[in-house]
Design a protein around this ligand. Structure first.
Ligand code: 5GP
Length: 179
């Protein structure tokens, strides 16, 4: 385990197994219909790479980057699009790929924005969802894991841009936080 971590919440094997299951479920639901995965950078980059390979339906991938103002460990709900999609989503089956659903404010903004572009369908898959936390109700079709309401890092999730490369998900030691 990385020396900055206090505990591991999800192991590499647990993440891999759950993504395999999500891929099966998504493939069963979409069948032969092409599905456009829209990954929200940067946190969902690792998840979308593994999830895409677990889906048997025809898959296309596009990326969006948003920034949320506020301190690094809290969501403010004010969202700005930093990088928009490269292609139109009109008439396409869109599956938004998120790393973690916390207050839901980021996704709420994003879904409203994407819905206005006329996709054939619009669903969400999130790897993690914080238990008892959603401040705004989000209908999320696929959830990888419910996790405790603590700040987690690893497998794409950062603290001050570090730890994204950890193959597992864990909680940092309190002394690591600088704010
Ligand atoms: P929300 O708008 O749902 O509160 O926050 C969503 C975004 O905040 C996530 O996509 C992620 O970038 C960031 N975030 C929320 N909780 C955590 C966490 O526990 N760890 C990390 N590294 N990022 C988080």
């Amino acid at each position: 385990m990385h020396p900055d971590l206090e505990t591991i919440v999800l192991t590499e094997a647990q993440i891999a197994e759950r993504i395999r299951e999500l891929g099966e479920q998504i493939s069963a639901d979409y069948g032969h219909e092409p599905v456009l995965l829209i990954a929200v950078l940067r946190g969902a980059a690792l998840f979308v790479a593994d999830l895409a390979r677990a889906i048997e339906s025809p898959v296309e991938i596009d990326f969006m980057a948003v920034s949320s103002y506020g301190s690094s460990t809290k969501s403010s709900g004010v969202v700005r699009i930093i990088k928009d999609l490269d292609e139109t989503i009109e008439g396409r089956h869109v599956l938004v790929v998120e790393d973690i659903l916390d207050t839901g404010l980021t996704l709420k903004y994003l879904l409203k924005n994407l819905a206005s572009r006329g996709p054939a369908s619009l669903e969400v898959v999130t790897l993690l969802s914080k238990e008892g936390k959603q401040r705004v109700p989000i209908s999320c079709r696929y959830i990888g894991f419910d996790v405790p309401d603590e700040f987690v890092v690893g497998y794409g999730l950062d603290y001050a841009e570090r730890y994204r490369n950890l193959p597992y998900i864990g909680i940092l030691k309190p002394e690591i936080y600088s704010d």
